[in-house]
Design a protein around this ligand. Structure first.
Ligand SMILES: C[S@@+](CC[C@H](N)C(=O)[O-])C[C@H]1O[C@@H](n2cnc3c(N)ncnc32)[C@H](O)[C@@H]1O
Length: 212
């Protein structure tokens, strides 16, 4: 794990307050997207890459699912997720790791959810390992932040610790992302653009495996 990664220096309180502040509103958007995915696909084995403190995990029916795996590079974020959702016992695994070095092992997932994470990691590396860890009918969902020439990639709020992300964030075009997805063996089955009050736009895409 790269100790210089700016994500490691962001306190969970700053992250949550920044993401849910009225002029950002991304926490709420991401929460609803995860809820929508659960309702639409009824996944039993779920992996959430870059899970933060478990945004949206309150929508998971732990009596219904088999496993929820959350992975995040920031140990404080993972500890916060454990405090909130640790009661789910064996049904939940919360792992602090860099997804680029992480091995999903033998487990295959019905849903691998990657929201606002490809901006910070190698798309090629993580898509390849994800496609190999999908069940035959499994889906990979992605949220990407789209470039906006009028707005800084990292929104300005009073939470200054988030500003360090400007040195790491790398926005992708939907076209480039889809090309890499296809090369990795994924096909888009749904895709739409979401515009927030801030004026920022996001791509929400759902992919399944071409290897069926
Ligand atoms: C913008 S947040 C993701 C939001 C979250 N997916 C949601 O739905 O609310 C990005 C998250 O990815 C995590 N992250 C960044 N780089 C990572 C990496 N290499 N491996 C694992 N997690 C990473 C950060 O710590 C942060 O929690």
């Amino acid at each position: 794990m790269n100790k210089e990664n700016p994500w490691l220096k962001i306190p969970i309180e700053d992250y949550e307050a920044h993401m849910s502040s009225p002029n950002v509103g991304q926490q709420q958007m991401l929460n609803l997207i995860f809820k929508e995915l659960l309702n639409q696909f009824n996944p039993k084995k779920i992996a959430v890459v870059g899970c933060t403190s478990g945004n949206g995990f309150e929508h998971v029916d732990f009596d219904y699912i088999d496993k929820l795996l959350g992975i995040d590079i920031n140990p404080e974020f993972i500890n916060s997720a454990k405090e909130k959702f640790g009661d789910a016992g064996k049904k939940i695994d919360l792992v602090c790791a860099d997804i680029q070095d992480y091995d999903f092992g033998k487990m295959k997932f019905d849903l691998i959810h990657c929201a606002l994470i490809f901006e910070y990691i190698s798309v090629e590396k993580v898509l390849l390992k994800s496609v190999n860890s999908l069940n035959p009918n499994g889906i990979l969902s992605v949220v990407l932040q789209l470039a906006n020439s009028d707005k800084p990639a990292v929104s300005k709020t009073e939470y200054k610790s988030l500003e360090s992300l400007s040195s790491l964030i790398n926005l992708h075009t939907v076209g480039d992302f889809k090309k890499i997805a296809e090369k990795s063996g994924l096909k888009e089955i749904e895709g739409r653009t979401i515009k927030l009050k801030s004026g920022k736009e996001f791509y929400f895409g759902i992919f399944n495996s071409l290897l069926l």
